[in-house]
Design a protein around this ligand. Structure first.
Ligand code: PA5
Length: 428
């Protein structure tokens, strides 16, 4: 099977700069290889998820049991790292419009949006629902509030409600104990696997397998990428990509745009955004002094956002570096050969060919304008490729943490808003 190919010839980083940066990552690759041997004990533990066959087996067993209940809806209750990965893979593989003709519809209860939750409740009233509550800490206000509301609704609908709930959390969290006390199926998230690195744990695997996603192939793609990203720096796609981003960052290009040429990959872009923002935007200690650092991640969708952001990308500040992702669409659609005076030269072309021309045109124009970019010039919307892509991004983020001198596994400043909110709501 093909591997993701990263082309960085237009990244505007010279060989010397690349070489120097890559050398800084050599120690990190050694540590990553050590982390592979000690399973879930190191901060880099998430790289061991894709080879965990027992984990997939456990997930499949629970999926089998829950599908026997013949549910009409799956409601994923979780926020941030607890739901973005699932949403990303589901939309990339099954499409944004998946629910329109799905036997098992999927809904996401992330923020405490009363309108969104009301519309989920409407669907719950119409059929049977599996609630999957996902919270590593088990204490996230939004998730617990939504769970309480939706659980009450579930209890109105079925007597043995606990059979319809699956909890995914850290061992011995409040939620974990609740699951045990109420005889609810519970998946454990390994302690060292943080939310935004958890898509290949039961956090992503359970809801995705419920929807028919092939989790073996997802893990297979990720496993392959772990292999590619733990080898020597010069052939290591995550190290190369991190080196390009770091060198551009040092030249003032602090914005990193993941530019995906497919509507269904928008959530994948948002998953990338959260991964980079929460991992890298923080205070670094450099030579005994503290400094705020961070690459600002953004997402664009091609060609839609060429009609929104392109003017800035060419004419605005030279502070952006892009990764362009060219996608092989599954369908082919031709423009009919009927002359009606409306750009008749388009007749007989396919939408795929037009998209490809726009992609190539944009890349060429960036090169001519001296604006840096990398390319993933072939992206297939299948489990193997998506597994590879997500694993690549997670390891790239770990490498960037090393280069920026920050810990990519914590998010200390997120607590700030949580503490203020708790004070306003008088929560303990
Ligand atoms: O990546 C992270 O660690 C965060 O985005 C968390 O996933 C998010 O805050 C939700 O936390 P929890 O899973 O504890 O409810």
């Amino acid at each position: 099977m093909k591997d993701i190919n990263l082309n960085y010839k237009n990244s505007m980083v010279n060989k010397d700069e690349m070489y120097k940066t890559l050398r800084l990552l050599e120690g990190e690759i050694v540590r990553m290889n050590e982390a592979k041997k000690i399973n879930y004990l190191d901060d880099r533990a998430s790289i061991n998820l894709p080879t965990d066959a027992q984990l997939r087996k456990t997930v499949k067993n629970v999926v089998h049991e829950k599908l026997k209940l013949k549910p009409n809806n799956l409601v994923v209750v979780g926020i941030g790292g607890s739901n973005l990965g699932t949403m990303a893979v589901q939309e990339a593989l099954l499409g944004k419009n998946y629910n329109l003709d799905a036997n098992l519809k999927v809904f996401y209860a992330d923020t405490v949006d009363a309108d969104n939750i009301s519309s989920i409740i409407k669907h719950m009233k119409k059929g049977k629902t599996i609630l999957n509550i996902i919270s590593k800490s088990g204490t996230t206000v939004e998730t617990i509030a939504n769970f309480k509301v939706l659980l009450e609704e579930l209890k109105k609908k079925v007597v043995n409600y606990n059979k319809y709930v699956v909890i995914t959390t850290e061992k011995e969290s409040m939620l974990y104990n609740y699951a045990v006390e109420n005889n609810i199926d519970v998946f454990e998230i390994p302690k060292k696997v943080g939310g935004r690195y958890s898509v290949f744990s039961p956090v992503g695997l359970f809801p995705l397998a419920m929807l028919g996603v092939d989790i073996d192939k997802l893990h297979k793609g990720a496993t392959r990428m772990v292999k590619l990203c733990t080898r020597t720096v010069k052939l290591n796609p995550a190290a190369l990509s991190a080196a390009v981003l770091y060198n551009n960052y040092m030249k003032g290009r602090v914005i990193y745009n993941t530019f995906l040429f497919s509507n269904d990959l928008e959530s994948l872009g948002k998953w990338c955004r959260q991964l980079a923002a929460e991992s890298l935007g923080k205070v670094a200690t450099i030579k005994m002094s503290s400094k705020n650092v961070g690459i600002m991640p953004i997402v664009s969708i091609g060609s839609t956002d060429l009609h929104s952001m392109a003017q800035y990308y060419f004419g605005g500040l030279d502070n952006v570096v892009h990764t362009l992702v060219k996608v092989n669409e599954k369908n082919k659609v031709n423009v009919p050969n009927e002359k009606n005076g409306l750009i008749d030269d388009l007749n007989k072309l396919s939408l795929n060919k037009i998209m490809s021309a726009i992609y190539n045109g944009f890349a060429l124009a960036l090169a001519k304008a001296g604006r840096p970019y990398m390319e993933i010039d072939l992206f297939e919307k299948n489990e193997y490729f998506i597994g590879q892509f997500m694993q690549l991004k997670m390891i790239e983020t770990m490498f960037l943490g090393k280069l920026l001198n920050v810990n990519p596994f914590n998010q200390p400043d997120v607590e700030k808003y949580k503490q203020e909110t708790k004070k306003i709501l008088k929560l303990s």
